[in-house]
Write a protein that binds this ligand. Structure first.
Ligand code: UD1
Length: 426
């Protein structure tokens, strides 16, 4: 098993290119199941999660041409050999569940394993299933699988989500593209990745309007065709590096950044006293912090356009160095503070009370061995380690590899001292 050895305390300077968004790419790849024609996705991030999904698509019979290290992924679902997504593959990566809607919409049946819980909470899929039922699907949940059938095809429906769910919004949108008639999704999630998915679907011949707002309307069409689409840039990766520079100090420009999608993130950083110069036209964000103290900033995670839960851990690492106390409230997931005790091992002063973490800034963090517990938590430890004095070993970094492309290379290029070592090298 690999770990990262990080020697902190160096300011960062230079340029970090931002990769394609994991959370967008995963849904765009599932969208390729909707058409017998080729779908080409450019700017696809090379990550454990996107590779897992490409393996599942291959199992279903999709022709996948995606040479190692390349960012253009070619998918051709001309003829599938199966509409069954097995547990062994769905369990590795929750978003694999998103193949259910496209398979059901195109073939009228699908059997997909339930994804199960994960480290950050139970994460049910009830809203996804209710949406398919509203579209006329018969569902049977047995032996850990969802067996779905819509023999005469899916039908358009009026769906009011009782709570905002990114996954359920995207999944219902995917399925509704081939349904008979109009589907209206109310209280839909407004994440930028949903608008990216709608753009790709519309380029495939779908009729989706309102994506990015809380009401999305989809006029079903008989069939979709192939397209080439650029995966949008990853706002969580961009926000993560911005917070790394803010914590360690320095002057770094993020390029290919999704600036328009990052308002709440940039706002929180500016409140913390970090200089953020964003240029929407150029897609760049310059982050500067030169020695000054950080202000404490309270945040509440919320669906977009609120502060993203996927940056809560990283912001907590930053606030652990602020000049005062901040309150970080997690409103999306039930168990998303597992990084707090690990950050405390580096000297942070954090008290967790139910959905709140009270972070009292300290003058300095100190290196220590820590353990990654989930994707975003693991990168918060990297941020803290970059700011800490001395050496930190971050173990279980397979979590990091799920969502951060070429992390060591990107950080090393801006002057960080980060090395990947295998336990055997020790
Ligand atoms: C997506 C993102 C994840 C991000 C999250 C919230 C992907 C691959 N993942 O996850 O990185 O943290 O959005 O921005 O895009 N819920 C239910 N029933 C459902 C579905 C969701 O109760 O059927 C609950 C969840 O448990 C959670 C909340 O709704 O408490 C929001 O989850 P959701 O927006 O669906 O997150 P994901 O799509 O799983």
């Amino acid at each position: 098993m690999d770990k990262l050895k990080i020697t902190g305390g160096q300011p960062l300077s230079g340029t970090i290119p931002i990769s394609g968004a994991k959370n967008s790419a995963l849904k765009l790849m599932a969208a390729a199941l909707l058409t017998p024609e080729p779908v080409t996705l450019k700017n696809t991030p090379n990550l454990a999660d996107t590779r897992f999904l490409s393996q599942l698509l291959d199992t279903l019979g999709v022709e996948v041409y995606w040479p190692k290290g390349e960012s253009t992924c070619h998918l051709n679902a001309a003829e599938l050999k199966s509409t069954i997504a097995p547990y062994e593959q769905v369990r590795k990566m929750r978003a694999s569940f998103n193949v259910l809607g496209p398979l059901l919409a195109r073939y009228g049946h699908a059997t997909v394993s339930l994804p199960g819980g994960c480290a950050i909470g139970a994460r049910p899929v009830d809203l996804h299933l209710k949406a398919f039922e509203a579209m006329g699907a018969d569902l049977l949940v047995e032996e850990g699988y969802v067996k779905a059938a819509a023999i005469h095809g899916l039908k358009g429906a009026q769906i009011v989500f009782p709570m905002v769910s990114v996954g359920a919004t995207e999944h219902a949108m995917l399925a509704a593209t081939l349904a008979d008639g109009e589907t209206v999704l109310e209280n839909a999630a407004r994440e930028p990745e949903i608008a990216d998915l709608a753009d790709c679907l519309n380029a495939m011949g779908a009729k989706v309007s309102g994506a990015g707002t809380s009401t999305i309307t989809i006029q079903g069409v008989k069939q979709l065709h192939g397209t080439t689409h650029d995966v949008m840039a990853d706002r969580i990766e961009a926000g993560t590096y911005a917070m790394a520079v803010a914590a360690a100090g320095g002057d770094v420009t993020l390029t290919n950044a999704p600036v328009a999608a990052m308002s709440s993130i940039n706002h929180a950083l500016r409140n913390a006293g970090v200089q953020v110069d964003a240029d929407v036209e150029k897609g760049t964000i310059r982050i500067q912090r030169n020695g000054g103290k950080l202000n404490p900033v309270n945040i509440d995670t919320a669906p977009h356009p609120g502060f993203p839960t996927d940056l809560q851990a990283q912001f907590m690492a930053l606030m652990s160095l602020a000049n005062g106390t901040s309150v970080i409230r997690e409103n999306i997931f039930e168990n998303r503070f597992m990084h707090a005790p690990e950050l405390s091992r580096l000297g942070a002063n954090i008290t967790v009370r139910a959905h709140e973490a009270i972070v009292t800034g300290v003058d300095a963090l100190r290196g220590a061995p820590v353990m990654a517990t989930d994707l975003r938590a693991s990168v918060s430890l990297v941020i803290a380690a970059l700011a800490a004095q001395g050496e930190t070993d971050v173990s279980r970094i397979y979590h990091l590899d799920r969502g951060f492309e070429r992390l060591e290379e990107k950080l090393t290029n801006v002057g960080a001292n980060v090395r990947r070592v295998s336990e055997e090298e020790e």
